[in-house]
Write a protein that binds this ligand. Structure first.
Ligand code: NAD
Length: 499
């Protein structure tokens, strides 16, 4: 449970953030964390302003320069990352409960995301210990080495949909690489990162290497990105925010990694196992109430299988239980916030206005027990074209638009007709076709006869407006390093007669 709050939810003072190993009350007041399943305030959280950002960057910069972290041997850093993984696992129930009450995800998914965060620290412990430098081919009397050094201070700015996994994905490789990190979590999910930073301190990470400052994008995020002491920004969130951050980074000439939005096509050919395909389609859009960057929100169905797919889709979607996120059997919790539900409702209204027909859902649940939360029913819309607003913009909610196609060329043209390029699913029994279409689709990840499988060992990122750079995998640690080439002269005339 975040400190600064009494058991039972009554307020003492705002939950402090964590800088230089100490809990800090910020200078910009506080903001409320609201439980979207009930509408009640979880707690107030302290907000960092420009002076807090200044102090945090200065502490992180100092920590990044001292040998207490970057001077450790890789295997010594790896030991601490492994201990952080153990600490996360040991507190998994508490961390999952924090995420559930802040963003409303069902508890089973929150638990899975804690396990994923722990696995991410363990994975980067291994990468840290095993990833070497390079001896490059010499073209003269010298030995040439390429070594990899940390960037310095890395700002990690994260969204609300999967805070534990997104933050681990940035923190683990960045600290493994020897950097100091400042996390700015979403104001919707502010406290999980603070708990992880506390676990890291207990695991032996030197103070100042992992800091968390909470607050809004405007008051906390912008001064952080602008600060000259920040040498890299790793951002996950919406495309427009990513563009704003990328613009500042371009002016400052610092590297950015941007994991942004998506409008991913999930494609069902008539020769697919339709039952398995519809199961995958339903999980791909409705898991997490559709609040996933890789949500398969545009369903392309070969016209000859359209009726069969729609019938199954209706059955599967209507069977999904919407409810409070810790109740047994609930597959969909609320949306993460009330303003976000309004945004989703506006998209469904726009789809109706553009001629869309609601096959399933299209509104709030009737259950009066859910009236206090930001719930929305799984929604399937037919009758639109790919040009409709609901098919072009990221809704980030439980809304699936079904679009028929005639042949492969028609399909590839429609699927690629999007500003986004994050992910894609293909369901077919013809593997040659599957690989052909996978090659033609503009997306950073393609799933064939599966959806939303994600591995920390596999690079992840977007084409087009879905982002720049790739997180995860071995190269996910290189993202947070800069190479330095060293030439060691071996010319005997210079080396002398030392033999
Ligand atoms: P958002 O862009 O509104 O906010 C993300 C973070 O940026 C928050 O911490 C916010 O406070 C901060 N922020 C906002 N404006 C800022 C600014 N001008 N400067 C610096 N920081 C600023 O996104 P969100 O609503 O929290 O998350 C949903 C979005 O995240 C969706 O678009 C989703 O697709 C995307 N997402 C992408 C991935 C991926 O890996 N590609 C994963 C998860 C979520």
């Amino acid at each position: 449970m975040p400190s600064g709050r009494e058991a039972g939810g009554s307020m003492t003072k705002p939950v402090p953030f964590l800088v230089g190993g100490e809990r800090v009350q910020g200078s910009a007041g506080s903001f409320d964390s609201v439980n979207p399943a009930t509408g009640t305030v979880n707690y107030a959280v302290s907000a960092a302003g420009a002076s807090d950002v200044e102090r945090c960057v200065s502490i992180a910069r100092e920590a990044s320069r001292t040998p207490s972290w970057k001077g450790l041997h890789p295997h010594e850093r790896a030991q601490i990352l492994a201990r952080i993984a153990d600490g996360i696992r040991a507190r998994s129930e508490g961390l999952a409960a924090i995420q559930m009450r802040e963003n409303g995800k069902v508890m089973a998914e929150c638990r899975a995301q804690v396990a994923s965060a722990a696995a991410t620290f363990r994975y980067y412990a291994s990468v840290c210990e095993t990833l070497g430098s390079e001896v490059t081919p010499a073209r003269g009397d010298y030995l040439s080495l390429t070594v990899y050094e940390p960037m310095g201070v890395v700002a990690a700015i994260t969204p609300w949909n999967s805070p534990l996994t997104m933050e681990a994905q940035k923190i683990a490789p960045a600290i493994a690489a020897g950097n100091a990190v400042i996390v700015k979590p979403s104001e919707v999910t502010p406290t999980a990162a603070i708990e992880v930073a506390a676990i890291a301190l207990e695991a032996g990470l030197p103070p100042g290497i992992l800091n968390v400052i909470t607050g809004t994008g405007r008051d906390t995020g912008v001064p952080l990105v602008r600060h000259p002491g920040v040498r890299m920004v790793s951002f996950t969130g919406g495309t427009e925010t990513g563009r704003a951050i990328g613009t500042i980074a371009a002016e400052r000439l610092i590297p950015v990694a941007l994991e942004l939005g998506g409008k991913s096509p999930n494609i069902v050919f008539a020769d697919a196992d339709l039952e398995a395909a519809v199961d995958g389609v339903v999980g791909g859009i409705f898991e997490g109430s559709g609040q996933s960057c890789v949500a398969g929100s545009r369903l392309f169905v070969q016209r000859t299988a359209l009726d069969a797919v729609l019938a199954r889709l209706k059955d599967h979607a209507e069977a999904l239980r919407v409810g409070v996120p810790d109740a047994a059997g609930v597959r969909m919790g609320p949306l993460a916030s009330f303003p976000h539900r309004e945004k989703v409702e506006a998209y469904v209204a726009s789809a109706r206005a553009e001629g869309g027909e609601i096959l399933v859902g299209g509104g709030r649940p009737d259950d009066t027990a859910l009236a206090g939360g930001a719930f929305y029913r799984p929604t399937v819309i037919t009758g639109l074209t790919n040009a409709a607003r609901a098919c072009r913009e990221e809704i980030f909610g439980p809304v699936l638009c079904v679009l028929p196609f005639d042949d492969e060329d028609d399909l590839v043209a429609q699927a690629n007709d999007s500003s986004y390029g994050l992910a894609c699913g293909i369901w077919t029994s013809d593997y040659r076709r599957a690989l052909r279409v996978a090659g033609a689709i503009e997306a950073g990840t393609v799933w064939i006869n599966t959806y939303k499988q994600l591995s920390i060992a596999t690079p992840f990122g977007g084409f087009k407006d879905s982002g720049i750079g790739r997180e995860k995998g071995v190269s996910g640690m290189r993202l947070y390093q800069q190479s330095k080439s060293i030439y060691l002269g071996l010319d005997e005339r210079v080396m002398g007669a030392g033999r």
